[in-house]
Design a protein around this ligand. Sequence first.
Ligand SMILES: *Cc1c(COP(=O)(O)O)cnc(C)c1O
Length: 389
Amino acid sequence: MKEADRLTKLPIYVFAQLDALKANERAKGVDLIDLGMGNPDVAPPPQVIESLKQALNDPENFRYPSFEGAPDFKEAVAGWCKRQYGINIDPQHEVVALIGSKEGVVHLAMAYINPGDITLVPMPAYPAHFNGTILSGGEPYVLPTTEKNGFLPDLKDVDPSIADAAKMLVISFPTNPTAVCAPRSFFEEAVAFAKKHKLILVSDFAYAELYFGNEKPISALSIPGAKDVCIEFHTLSKTFGMAGWRIGFAVGNPRLVESLRKIKTNLDYGIFTCVQKAAVTALNLKDGYIDNVRAIYKRRRDLFVDGLNRLGWKLNKPTATMYLWVPVPDGFNATSFSLHLLEKTGVVAAPGVAFGSLGEGYVRFALVDKEARLEEALRRMESAGIRYA
Ligand SMILES: *Cc1c(COP(=O)(O)O)cnc(C)c1O
């Protein structure tokens, strides 16, 4: 039984490997502090949970949902996009509901990428940004991002013949794992670049609301003319602590949205109506819930960055996301350091290579546990003599 090439060509899923190691440590009785996966622990708004409970009282909601999202969900999405990012979205033609944005990003690639087609993808990146293309038989072309260029891809450096041959450009700011935002000028450049080279511009906006400064992250769709080429992916997973609920959405160019719908029509039946109703409540909330979420992650960021800096690191505080992208001490690589950390302290960090080979030399801490646990993680690191040098 030989697996199809689309499977054998995928890079190893490092998080699955990490899971096995974690299970091993747990079996030994180790009290793990798991900062490995970006799995949010902040509870959703109580009104959202209440609205799910309400929806469960109506058996009509247990039938197959509409493929593309219920009308009230799509209306709520359009209202949210207008209020939060100043973008105009036609709820009928420019929204599709997703079983999480990961699903959407991968299926969009399957809707557009033929074997041999090229997708331009910055690296390090969220693995789905590559894997959608690989699963479709296409070739990711890496745009390296490093500390030197502020983890922004240099579009000017892309060989024009490659850019012309490519079909898609994936961007995602604020970025997982490197925790940077891009300025408006970058988005303008990306839209112009996509138009010049006839590329589909895919913007994964998963961390749209997890920012700590006064400046809000920018929606690619807010650049004039972006909708000619762009589809943007949003999720309730991080913003509303609803990762396990599996709901997100894509908005933007109606043809791209339509193709995504088309492929999904053949694969799934949409999202449980009760979850969509709860999501409508989330998107229409006006009670400062998200301010509180930002405050929680910001306190964790400050605590953990200050703590690591006491252990010899020289980190700046990232302006967005729930991650810290942290260079490993001398004598380690990404994998050996995260193993060392796990064995000596029971603290789990994702090795940077989980985000592509250019993540070598780094680990990513996801700040997905309470402050007391983060302090405990730092104490254990200190006692184990783990320092940056
Ligand atoms: C967490 C994450 C997602 C996944 O979101 P779901 O909506 O839960 O599938 C998508 N993109 C990035 C960059 C993420 O970090």
